[in-house]
Design a protein around this ligand. Structure first.
Ligand SMILES: Cc1cc2nc3c(=O)[nH]c(=O)nc-3n(C[C@H](O)[C@H](O)[C@H](O)COP(=O)(O)OP(=O)(O)OC[C@H]3O[C@@H](n4cnc5c(N)ncnc54)[C@H](O)[C@@H]3O)c2cc1C
Ligand SMILES: CC(C)=CCC/C(C)=C/CC/C(C)=C/CSC[C@H](N)C(=O)O
Length: 491
């Protein structure tokens, strides 16, 4: 029956002020979804001391810009697709690419221009491993896609485990708590296939071996699917677009601490707020908020926010560490003989060189990169023409290493030392929660399942829904079991 206004928690007054900490894709998507959930009346502040975009960033080489952080998006990453459609941003024009695998001495695999040739080569060397891998990843993605239906219906989850379980049941939790190697060997894939084909993919995408967790492993393999895309003008355009669309205020300051403050309310009782302390250009300041969403990793080297006075305590840094990936961009002439190939540079048209876990191999990958906007008439130059290459490596490259890879290079190489994504060492005993306190939320817990733009976008929608439902005590939309069965047949 109908409830009265007073007894209906759904009709409680809306929050007045919400803070988001960090303006990467996670924070800006949170601002966007918060506006959607709470409407025009709430003031949303987004704190960011650095550039909007965070790990989505570009650098200028000559006259053109190139991605140095997050670069590719999967065709089934529906939030990222929705963002660009809604913001009136376009996909970058696609330039065909070609992959090879380098074992530190020579190329052990080189993609052909012909699909059928690639298939036959894979079949010849690895039997049905390759086709079965594609089916395995498709199976994981099928379940992963359920999250979009749940979120469409307003369901939210208070932990990463609940979210994974809702998508893929116990199977997804098992996958996230074992290594990709264990998961794939258990499925009957061969060790040779893992070493020669799977490891190069986890290395290019996460700078790590097949000992990453099975869930991020599957995401990594999805990152080798066809149809990947990027944003015209640079992926970080999505972040500035979301921020603008959300009508949030960008506060160029670093948050230093968050604590609870109790204030008398009009009704004669008390109300509690979060006090956000921050340091901007004009020095330290603080503001009170009804809800706060932390959208930056709470890990050593990533951010340093203290949470004084909470019980149970909230740590500034959760256990585990972030993995370093150094992204080096060089405009130069590739030394194809470094790759152990006898091909003439003018015939060498490979764009992405992946590497196996070989001893002494100092690079994770080497790619010919396209600018964030494709100029008219652009085509990828062969290796006989100087062009822009991107190297991912665990450590900064030395001059000698660069001299080995390039015959000549222009001055002004760009180096970004990213603390890029978690160092994945399953089993991860306790993933940080999405709910740190009553109305204080934490997005980047999701990275311990997998770090990718879409994962941050999913966590952003989840946090906005959680914040809304917990504010209005709509418990029926939080941590529900068997959604997959209950929503079957719903469109
Ligand atoms: C080299 C590299 C390649 C990648 N490639 C891909 C890819 O191809 N595809 C893909 O999907 N993903 C990729 N990723 C992963 C992807 O970039 C990240 O998962 C995603 O960008 C994370 O977004 P985020 O908003 O959660 O975090 P971030 O982008 O890290 O944003 C957090 C923000 O918080 C700010 N901040 C920190 N401390 C404070 C503070 N105290 N107060 C206020 N603000 C603070 C930071 O300055 C930062 O801007 C890649 C990552 C790297 C590093
Ligand atoms: C979340 C789902 C289902 C899919 C995302 C798939 C995806 C795009 C994974 C890539 C993640 C990642 C961290 C890539 C880093 S490197 C990207 C590229 N190879 C490059 O060289 O820049």
């Amino acid at each position: 029956g109908r409830r009265t206004l007073a007894s209906d928690p759904g009709l409680r007054e809306q929050p007045k002020r919400i803070a988001v900490v960090g303006a990467g894709i996670g924070g800006t998507a949170t601002a966007y979804f918060l506006r959607q959930e709470f409407g025009a009346g709430v003031k949303i502040d987004v704190f960011e001391p650095e550039n909007v975009g965070g790990r989505l960033a570009t650098v200028k080489m000559g006259d053109l810009e190139y991605e140095t952080g997050g670069s590719v998006i999967h065709p089934l990453n529906l939030h990222m697709k929705h963002f660009i459609d809604n913001l009136g941003i376009s996909q970058r024009e696609n330039v065909p690419s070609k992959m090879a695998i380098f074992d530190g001495k020579e190329l052990t695999f080189e993609e052909s221009d012909w699909f059928i040739v690639n298939m036959l080569r894979m079949l010849w060397r690895y039997g049905f491993n390759f086709l079965r891998m594609q089916m395995w990843v498709e199976g994981v993605l099928d379940k992963f896609m359920r999250i979009y239906q749940y979120q469409q219906f307003g369901y939210s989850f208070s932990t990463v485990e609940q979210l994974l379980h809702a998508m893929g049941g116990d199977g997804f939790l098992t996958l996230a708590n074992q290594t990709l190697e264990e998961a794939m060997l258990g499925e009957g894939f061969s060790q040779v296939f893992l070493n020669n084909i799977v490891a190069p993919i986890t290395r290019v995408n996460y700078g790590q071996s097949v000992r990453v967790n099975g869930f991020v492993g599957a995401v990594s393999l999805a990152g080798a699917d066809s149809g990947l895309w990027a944003v015209d003008g640079g992926n970080k355009m999505v972040c500035s677009g979301l921020l603008y669309h959300s009508r949030a205020e960008l506060i160029p300051a670093r948050v230093t601490s968050i604590s609870v403050k109790v204030r008398p309310s009009k009704a004669g009782t008390t109300t509690s707020f979060y006090e956000v302390n921050y340091v901007g250009v004009s020095g330290p300041a603080h503001s009170l908020y009804d809800i706060v969403i932390v959208a930056t990793p709470l890990h050593t080297g990533k951010s340093d926010i203290s949470f004084p006075g909470f019980s149970p305590p909230i740590p500034s840094h959760y256990p585990g560490r972030f993995h370093q990936t150094v992204s080096t961009l060089v405009h130069g002439l590739l030394n194809v003989s470094y790759l152990g190939t006898r091909q003439k540079p003018s015939d060498f048209t490979v764009s992405d060189v992946l590497t196996t876990d070989a001893e002494g191999c100092f690079l994770n990958s080497l790619s010919s990169v396209d600018p964030v906007t494709i100029p008219p008439g652009y085509h990828r130059p062969p290796a006989s023409t100087p062009s822009v290459w991107k190297i991912f490596s665990p450590r900064p490259l030395t001059e000698a290493q660069l001299d080995a890879v390039f015959l000549s290079r222009d001055p002004g190489a760009s180096e970004t030392r990213w603390l890029a994504y978690p160092a994945y060492r399953p089993p991860h005993r306790r993933t940080p929660p999405f709910v740190l306190h009553d109305r204080l939320y934490y997005l980047n817990a999701v990275e311990w399942a997998a770090s990718a733009m879409e994962m941050s976008a999913i966590a952003a929608r989840n946090a906005a829904l959680l914040a809304h439902h917990r504010w209005h005590a709509l418990t029926g939309k939080i941590d529900q079991e068997d959604l997959h069965v209950r929503l079957r047949g719903e469109l």
